[in-house]
Design a protein around this ligand. Structure first.
Ligand code: ZN
Ligand code: ZN
Length: 215
């Protein structure tokens, strides 16, 4: 894979918190887990959220975190990273491989028009995960979304009205964004996307607050 230090578009805190609290739909969990596998920065942040969330969940909000909690967390992240470096050799990150296998060549794509192909992954119905194959220079057809859409680039890159997204980058869009993603002209682009129904994303926050703050 490409140099992951080039990742410019990351998961936001809401997603990392939702992931730590276990309130995201399966399709969104998959995007977060796959990005974490590719991104040291978000993985470190996610471990920090796990630690903070654990403290709150244990109803220890009044107790301060020990002074060495952060350094312990960072050590853990460093160790985890070394393990990952040796394990991740396939072209598909581990969390995703559980759904589609470890080789892009084995994926059974279905055409959805204008050369673009997709495969819908088996996840819980609360959100939909799919792989998109966008040939070099092609545009994703009929591209509208009524809810929240997350897109993670696995191979190549695409651009839309907002920015350019390359390997490891995540775009977060909602119904207010109308965009026309177009793959770079010199390389095919493969993305993992997750979409949910309108307003579902916002409905996570009350549950999130309940889990973390016990309100
Ligand atoms: Zn990241
Ligand atoms: Zn979109």
């Amino acid at each position: 894979m490409n140099d992951m230090n080039d990742i410019k578009h990351h998961l936001n805190d809401q997603l990392l918190l939702g992931y730590s609290a276990g309130v995201l739909p399966e399709a969104f969990n998959l995007i977060v887990a796959t990005h974490l596998e590719m991104c040291d920065e978000c993985r470190a942040a996610s471990h920090a959220f796990d630690s903070v969330g654990g403290v709150l969940l244990d109803d220890l909000a009044k107790a301060e975190m020990s002074n060495d909690a952060l350094s312990k967390t960072l050590d853990l992240v460093a160790n985890t990273r070394q393990i990952h470096k040796t394990e991740v050799d396939s072209e598909i990150p581990n969390p995703l491989a559980a759904y589609v296998g470890s080789s892009l060549a084995d994926i059974k794509w279905r055409p959805i028009g204008m050369g673009v192909r997709q495969v819908v992954l088996k996840t819980s119905k609360s959100a939909t995960a799919r792989l998109l194959y966008i040939p070099a220079g092609s545009v994703v057809p009929d591209h509208g979304h009524r809810g929240t859409e997350l897109t993670l680039v696995l191979k190549g890159a695409f651009s839309d009205e907002t920015a350019r997204f390359a390997v490891g980058d995540v775009e977060m869009a909602d119904q207010n964004l109308e965009h026309t993603p177009m793959a770079d002209i010199n390389e095919d682009c493969i993305c993992l996307t997750a979409t949910d129904a309108p307003l579902r994303f916002n409905s996570w926050f009350p549950r999130l607050a309940q889990r973390f703050l016990k309100i």
